[in-house]
Write a protein that binds this ligand. Sequence first.
Ligand SMILES: [Fe+2]
Length: 688
Amino acid sequence: MTLSRREFVQAAAAIGASLAWCGPARASRTNWRERRDLYPEGVASGDPDPTSVILWTRRPFPLGTRQELTVEVAEDRQFRRVVASTRVPVLASADWTARVLVGKLKPAAIYWYRFTDADGNGSRIGRTITAPEANDPRQVNFAFVSCQDVNEGKLNAYRRMIFEDERKPPAEQLGFVLHLGDFIYEVVEYPEEVKTRYDRTIYEVARIPDGGQVGHFHFPLTVEGYRAVYKGYLADPDLQDARARWPFVAMWDNHEFSWQGWQSIQQAGGISRPGQSIKVAANQAWWEYLPSRCKKSGGTSWEHFEAPAVANVVIKKWDENGLGDEPNNLIAINSLIGYRTFRYGKHLDLIITDQHSYHGPDPFSDDSLNKLGDWAAYGGWFPEDLQQALDGGRAFNGGNPPAELAFGETRIPNPQKDAPPQTILGAEQKAWFKDQLKRATATWKIWGNSQGALDERVDPQNLPAGLLAKPWPAGFVNASPNDYGCAWMERGEIYDLVRDAKITGFAIISGDRHSFWAGYATSQLPPGKFEPVGLSFVGASLSSAGTMEALEHRPPNKFPLRQLYLVDRPGSAKPDWTYNMLLKHGVRSVLEYAKSFDIKRARAVSNPELSPHLEFIDTGGHGYATVRLSSDEMRTEFVCIPRPITRSDHPDGGPLRYRVVHTASLWKPGERPQLKVQVLEGDVGLSI
Ligand SMILES: [Fe+2]
């Protein structure tokens, strides 16, 4: 698609970017001298299309409210062939950040850019890449990442990603980095208040002005608070280097606003409050620090966010789709629209959704459910069939929901019997998503969904007698952390559309779970019909602590079934992560492994009904994933590093734990997608 100049100006206005228009190449005329100290958050680029990309920097000035920089875009790193050069305002009201949309660039081309102030003080040089044209048949390469907690870890994964990319042939180098959220964690620990958590050292990130607090976590309530957190995160040198090397395509997860927040409700560790102004502040800071084509509602300024005024009003009314029917809520959640699509050559249509701003009420938290069973005695397990009934609400079982829920001998009235089915996308976004999916024409239709969509399943019904104080009186358990892994009805609606519209090449990529998963998108699992319609992946955290690290620190007396999660192998310094085997193979395999430490014997008693949707699972992994798409294959590589507690001083980011590749040939409508898993290096433990 080639935009006319008029359309380009309109596009820039809609996203609030300044504008640079490419012309004939000429040598740089600025007096640029690099002064990284004056651009403390570095440079970045975002949301490339075939002819344009957004460039970003921050240059704070001690005085005044408005200053100007010059941005230059060149075809060479020496800036002898500068193709665009323009003035860009930086405003105190945007925390001195700048966004420039550069247009009329060549498709699938590498460009170099830098900013210079009136005195010749220059930013570092950034590199960016435009998208290929829609008919470009070359393979597409990108990385997907998430969860970069620098309060509790280091970003060695970016260092590794840069090291490997620099050494790849050009056709295999990454075109962009898809960031699936938790770019920041708004809950910040202060090192003098808490020194460690799990295996982690607490590092200084930021001081939050006028914030709130729950336990050791401080969180923002104003735009200044969020800005402080972004600045703290962007001080990380590995993150700065990654942003200077590739364009990022980013979508927020939960922590860009609020830990357990949804719509405009701010929720963290038991605190819940109407947070319309907090949601607007979170959106403003995200818009200021992450260059994107997301549309803001606050006018068409190219220079600052123009936050809409909202009051923090309790939401009392919910509409048929779980949307909080309160004017300030609607203004807040629509102050920045994150969901959007990207076409990237012949082989990629990328559809990105927002999993939090339109998320309906949680159907799984009614107090009456505590009367149904002593869930703590079962390690927090809850029966999958009951959870599915709660998820489906009044639409469950074809509109005939059960009047009561039963667990063993106990019964309670079904608290969701008259409630609308759970929605995470919300009605409007869901309709948009389905429409985009139907219209996608690239070989691969990839859904960038920040939340993992694969069921986390356990089979306690197969536990031998005597292991539990009281036997488990139900069937499978879904242990997903209330994310897309238990959005059965909404997920099923989308998967059925994929099947019925005969869409091939459908795959989900996601983050959030701090673990690596590879498998299949399916509406149902046994005893229902296992009918995969696509692939589904979860990328591990770049740095944030995951499930296994938390479990290793759980006191043994609070761990009645510890061997299902961890077992101590004689002679081994660390326990084996049997939880990975539990999720893929079930309790019988784990109990066999805990006895014999023989993987083959353990897998021989695998429960085939448990997780036919999983090929690979590592709930203790960290790192990143890369994707290569071609006319006939999707290749997804998990690059796993050890727990990133301290910064590696090696140029390659330190050692790898393993590298595993999942390949799938493109399937025909009606055929079943099939992944082939290959461990290229290292030890994947009990992940397969
Ligand atoms: Fe996270």
